[in-house]
Design a protein around this ligand. Structure first.
Ligand SMILES: Cc1ncc(COP(=O)(O)O)c(C=O)c1O
Length: 391
């Protein structure tokens, strides 16, 4: 069968591929330690599961109406934006999607025409450049300085903005680096961008997973100009351990949200109805599970980071958010006889049975990504193997 050039050109998600490979090896009886997965190892909190089950039993199994999100869920999303981010959105400014990924897809397709440029700081979440290319857009990557934990500065950003820039993606806390922009750093970026007619896609899906007393600021909360040009994207996946429920949401300019809703009406027809009812409970109900998961991720992240940075040839920014360590391992390449992050990851999996994601998938070939969304025992087992592999 003839395949479209679009499908042929599209890269498979490296993170999903690593997770699938590790799962396959496990199923074959190989004792693999998987650091690939970008999902919490906790179950969805009980009261949220109960809300989903009750919704199914009550017959909420038809199409979501409207497709862009149930009224009660949009109301819950508005309450959550206010409570956590200090952002005031009306329901008309919000949309509920099948995961944050669909939300980003819709946003990019809503504003990007062929040839339009989208600025993406490096390291980036794997899917941003591919989604931009799917829409015919041009990803323009901008690398942050090592000394600044790979965060971009206003000068770096200014240098890549052109007349064709239509969107800038900001992701804090970051997947894959785990670093978080300070409120002042967000304000500084805004000072460059508010002069321009660009949409800021602020991916804040890890905004409740912050460590070490790290503070953050929603991009849209900087000032009225920033608010007017920002689509704030979030998801239930990481905060509530709901990856399989496929729930994302966003708040932003009405025209952008309306365009996204139109695209959604011709694609997924909206997020599953009973999932959306559970989302309303997740966002407005008891939040204690969010904090207990955060505390556990913080404990694991500190431990993983300490152990990684004690290994020879490994340099790693301290994760202050999300659940990833993103060490630079390139100083070990020569001694291991490898020349890229892909080769490093393949060798590590083959020899030590440890699965990590090659940094090239995130735009940085000197690095690999390790998720600490796994038990402390698995973390120690995997790091013991990594240390032995690097010796
Ligand atoms: C930065 C970032 N944005 C968006 C997503 C999409 O997540 P989901 O579609 O599960 O909401 C992910 C998932 O890993 C992510 O890490």
């Amino acid at each position: 069968m003839k395949l479209s050039q679009r499908a042929i050109d599209l890269a498979e998600s490296a993170t999903l591929a690593v997770a699938a490979r590790a799962a396959k090896m496990k199923a074959e009886g190989v004792d693999v330690v998987g650091f690939g997965a970008g999902e919490p190892d906790f179950g969805t909190p009980e009261h949220i599961c109960e809300a989903g089950i009750a919704a199914i039993k009550a017959g909420h199994t038809g199409y979501p109406k409207p497709a862009s999100g149930l009224a009660e869920t949009k109301k819950a999303v508005c309450e959550r934006f206010e409570r956590v981010n200090g952002l005031s959105y009306t329901p008309q400014q919000t949309i509920i999607t099948s995961g944050g990924k669909e939300c980003i897809h819709l946003a990019v397709h809503a504003v990007i025409d062929p040839g339009d440029e989208v600025v993406i700081p490096v390291p980036y979440w794997v899917s941003y450049p591919e989604i931009v290319r799917l829409a015919g857009g041009v990803p323009v990557v901008v690398a942050g300085a090592v000394a600044n934990d790979y965060k971009v500065t206003p000068d770096l950003l200014r240098a890549v903005l052109t007349d064709r820039t239509r969107m800038v993606i900001i992701n804090s806390p970051s997947n894959p680096s785990g670093v978080t922009y300070e409120p002042d750093e967000i304000r500084a970026l805004a000072s460059v961008l508010t002069e321009r007619e660009v949409l800021i896609l602020s991916d804040e899906i890890y905004d409740e997973l912050l460590y070490d007393g790290q503070r953050t600021l929603s991009y849209a909360a900087v000032n009225d100009d920033a608010y007017a040009q920002t689509l704030t994207v979030n998801s239930a996946s990481k905060t509530y351990a709901m990856t399989g429920w496929r729930l994302g949401y966003a708040g932003g300019p009405v025209d952008v949200v309306k365009a996204m809703a139109k695209l959604q009406s011709q694609s997924t027809s909206g997020a599953a109805t009973f999932s959306q009812i559970a989302l309303a409970t997740a966002l407005t109900g008891d939040q204690s599970a969010v904090e207990s998961m955060r505390v556990e991720f913080e404990r694991r992240g500190k431990h993983m980071w300490k152990r990684l940075t004690s290994m020879s040839g490994v340099a790693c920014p301290k994760p202050t958010g999300a659940f990833y360590c993103f060490p630079d391992v390139s100083a070990t390449f020569a001694r291991l006889g490898v020349s890229s992050s892909r080769e490093f990851a393949a060798r590590l999996l083959e020899k030590a049975k440890v699965a990590v994601v090659p940094g090239i998938a995130f735009g940085m070939d000197a690095h690999v990504r390790l998720s600490f969304a796994t038990s402390m025992e698995e973390i120690d087992k995997g790091l013991d193997r990594l240390a032995a592999f690097l010796e």
